[in-house]
Design a protein. Structure first.
Length: 305
């Protein structure tokens, strides 16, 4: 099985390293000092599941790899438009392109270029980041949820699931991959938008009556939007989401909030912005999420001046 990994950051670096260590033919597309370090000293993983240091194939030129069986696209949402065309040398007639971006629009963006049949929508559950050039720090989890565009299990899905499981990771084929994507989307977007607007962590957001009410309403807007777009979410998905938020560390924040406050590129447009945009498209009111998007956008503009 030949596997290409585009983006050797926390997600791609960790999953790719585990797959390579399990004997799969893995090649990474990376860049800059991270690429240089991987080429010279191998890919290093520090993890409670066991450390790794292994030589891997890595390049900044996808043409040097050629067509692969599975292509895991692990770049951030804001990087995706810039790589969709550059991955073309990796995509053959039978290549399955796995999208693992946060948000709900990435599969469609890739399918516009390569067709729905080529795309396996997915989500990754892992806590990992680039600690330094060539070094991945893994803190916990390691799960890939992936499905066919029209749902249902297929031989190519089962082969990928078995390869991921054989690498010591978890892999599932949900009954409804779109419900899985939207459920994850619904779990991070309200806290990301409200956390950015207030500067507060999960503890404050969930315990103050006013902010908890805003979380509840923002989550409900996304549930209604998903249903309007034909996604069948669980009837109690809002309550489940709030219960999950109640279990998070009180001082924790989302990556969106941390990136925006630090002035780094963020997934704002793919998170809160997508809710506002898709709400207009589907004629579903999203006043709370739209307000949070405008507040966050104002913060971005203020940081850039």
């Amino acid at each position: 099985m030949k596997i290409g990994i585009v983006g050797a950051g926390g997600v791609g670096g960790y999953f790719g390293a585990r797959l390579a260590a399990a004997g799969q033919d893995v090649a990474f597309v990376a860049r800059g000092k991270h690429l240089e370090a991987i080429r010279s000293a191998g890919l290093v993983v520090h993890s409670p599941a066991g450390d790794l240091r292994l030589p891997v194939a890595a390049t900044d030129d996808p043409a040097g790899i050629g067509a692969v069986d599975y292509l895991l696209v692990c770049v951030k949402t804001w990087q995706l438009p810039g790589v969709i065309e550059t991955i073309r040398p990796l995509v053959g007639p039978d290549t399955a392109i796995v999208t693992v971006q946060n948000g709900v629009e990435a599969p469609g963006q890739v399918a516009q270029v390569y067709g729905q049949d080529a795309v396996l929508p997915g989500t990754a559950e892992v806590i990992a980041y680039v600690e330094g050039p060539g070094v991945i720090r893994h803190l916990g989890n390691g799960k890939l949820n992936v499905g066919e565009w029209a749902n249902g299990s297929t031989p190519r899905l089962e082969r990928l699931r078995d390869a991921v499981a054989g690498a010591g990771l978890q892999a599932t084929i949900p009954d409804d991959i779109w419900a899985a994507l939207w459920t994850k989307f619904l779990s991070v977007v309200p806290t990301g938008g409200l956390g950015t607007a207030t500067g507060a962590g999960y503890g404050v957001l969930r315990t103050q009556p006013a902010t908890r009410q805003l979380l509840t309403e923002a989550t409900g807007e996304i549930r209604d939007l998903a249903r309007a777009r034909g996604v069948q979410l669980a009837a109690d998905v809002v309550d489940r989401t709030l219960d999950w938020i109640d279990q998070l560390p009180a001082d924790g924040t989302t990556s969106l909030q941390r990136d925006l406050i630090a002035g780094r590129p963020s997934e704002l447009d793919a998170w809160t912005g997508a809710v506002a945009r898709l709400g207009r498209e589907s004629r579903v009111p999203t006043p709370i999420n739209t307000l949070l998007f405008e507040l966050a956008t104002a913060r971005v503009l203020a940081n850039s001046n």
